[in-house]
Write a protein of this length. Structure first.
Length: 477
């Protein structure tokens, strides 16, 4: 990561009014801001203590420059700098609210202005990014990928309920730190995020947009103008692909689903492969439309079963581990019986506990990711098992059909699943009808609605006047 000479120097003091922060190092720098590691000095009663924090400075390099510690907008970029700063402040406030309610979203402690720009103070995550984690240990097993990323999927669903598109989900922006019960994934960097109102408008001007090659879908390259969960779902699926293969996906224009399917078929079951490929469709109209559907496709909803492909070598390792557990269990029983017979004489109040070795043996830990690495040719091949068709030949099973569906108040033309609209389509109203209960807006007879549904639930849509063809209203429940 290249760091420019426009950053604050180590030792610089930032005073928020409540806390003094001393810059220690630069953690990262992008086109919109600079993130620093800082030590904060604060008092609790009569005790002064220090703690580590991450501080993000508003510094859009295309619009400003630094003079000493001060940040100044360039002469012809004053307006752009002002809009960018407004976005930065809105980002900090959103993060503060979101982080307070979700442990997998980075937490913001305070926001303040100094040196002609704005800063917000975040929790310092003493861990590694998902990128570094995979680089250091190799690609993950499907089970471990699910364990690390399922909380991030839920966090994105939490953002979508608030009509927020993150727009920069990628392995670099998922940090892993050690929590009380293992690794805790945290979603960071909301620099590209956009918050939409119910009428479809953005809550801030959002003067700066961007993409991350390999993790941003095609529609993001043209600029996001309306709330669309499918955009973040593409990025989540691409992140899964990286975790499972150890390789960054190709850009959205070059990505081929056949290649993705072939790469994933060794480490994930056919349903999960189908689900990830559906979420990576080039057209968002054909892509998974909601976080709920994405979880269902990957077996994450309602404690769904995780399917993992196990190789012959994996089975050998599993049998070895079982034999070791059986041996350990037998030794434990012998020792326990000896203690009960010789160490507790006269202790009639103690009863011999039941020990069930079978239950212990069945609780075999999931095999490590190393077991799924490509195998070197063996001199002595394992016993032959019945041949199965290659996983990549398995085609997705879909219950979605396209056609017309009479609804009483109009006719839906598009995707249909279980007798309900599903996916992209058009609804022509034959009578006046409320478009969506949550908005209360009513369409007239003759109006038509270009919309996206998920099993009958409206995701978003545009209502048009049937006579003039003019847009009446963008509706997002």
């Amino acid at each position: 990561m290249a760091i420019s000479n426009s950053t604050l120097k180590a030792g610089t003091i930032l005073d928020s009014g409540d806390t003094r922060y001393r810059i220690v190092d630069v953690l990262g720098q992008g086109g919109f801001g600079i993130t620093y590691l800082a030590m904060g000095e604060f008092k609790k009663g009569n005790v002064t203590t220090e703690g580590k924090f991450a501080i993000k400075e508003h510094f859009p390099s295309a619009f400003c420059s630094r003079e000493g510690n001060d940040v100044r907008p360039k002469d012809d970029k004053t307006t752009e700098y002002g809009k960018s700063k407004a976005d930065f402040v809105a980002e900090a406030r959103k993060l503060h609210d979101m982080g307070c309610e979700n442990d997998n979203i980075v937490k913001v402690n305070e926001l303040f202005e100094a040196n002609g720009t704005a800063y917000y103070v975040m929790q310092y995550i003493n861990g590694v990014s998902l990128t570094s984690y995979v680089e250091s240990r190799g690609r993950l097993s499907y089970k471990e990928a699910v364990e690390l990323l399922a909380p991030i999927v839920d966090a994105v669903g939490f953002l979508h309920k608030a009509r927020i598109n993150h727009l920069d989900i990628k392995p670099d922006n998922i940090m892993l730190h050690e929590g009380f019960e293992g690794k805790v994934p945290v979603l960071i960097d909301f620099g590209l995020s956009v918050h939409f109102k119910k009428n479809g408008d953005k809550t801030s001007p959002k003067g700066v947009m961007g993409v991350s090659e390999g993790y941003s879908p095609l529609e993001q390259y043209a600029g996001i103008k309306e709330f669309n969960p499918a955009t973040d779902i593409y990025s989540l699926a691409a992140t899964f692909v990286y975790a499972l293969t150890g390789l960054a996906p190709k850009g959205a224009a070059e990505l081929k689903l056949a290649d993705v399917r072939a790469a994933l078929s060794r480490v994930a079951g056919p349903e999960a492969v189908d689900g990830l490929c559906k979420a990576l469709n080039k057209s968002y109209e054909d892509r998974t439309a909601s976080i709920g559907a994405f979880k269902a496709d990957l077996g994450l909803a309602g404690g769904g079963t995780v399917t993992e492909v196990i190789t012959v070598d994996d089975e050998k390792k599993a049998r070895t581990r079982k034999m070791m557990l059986i041996g350990a269990c037998a030794v434990a029983i012998v020792l326990l019986c000896a203690l009960l017979r010789f160490g507790c004489s006269g202790g009639g109040a103690f009863e011999e506990p039941e020990v069930n070795c079978v239950e212990v043996v069945e609780e075999v830990p999931v095999l490590p990711a190393e077991a799924l690495e490509p195998e070197v040719q063996e001199e002595t091949p394992p016993a032959k098992e019945p041949e199965q068709a290659p996983q990549e030949d398995v085609k997705p099973q879909s219950n979605v059909k396209r056609g017309e569906l009479p609804l009483g108040y109009g006719v839906w033309s598009g995707g249909i699943r279980g007798g309900k609209p599903d996916g992209k389509g058009r609804l022509d109203f034959s009578t006046a009808h409320r478009v969506d209960p949550s908005t209360g807006y009513e369409a007239k007879a003759g109006d038509y609605f270009i919309a996206t549904y998920d099993r009958g639930s409206l995701i978003s849509g545009k209502l048009y006047d049937g006579t003039t063809g003019e847009l009446i209203k963008t509706i997002i429940p």
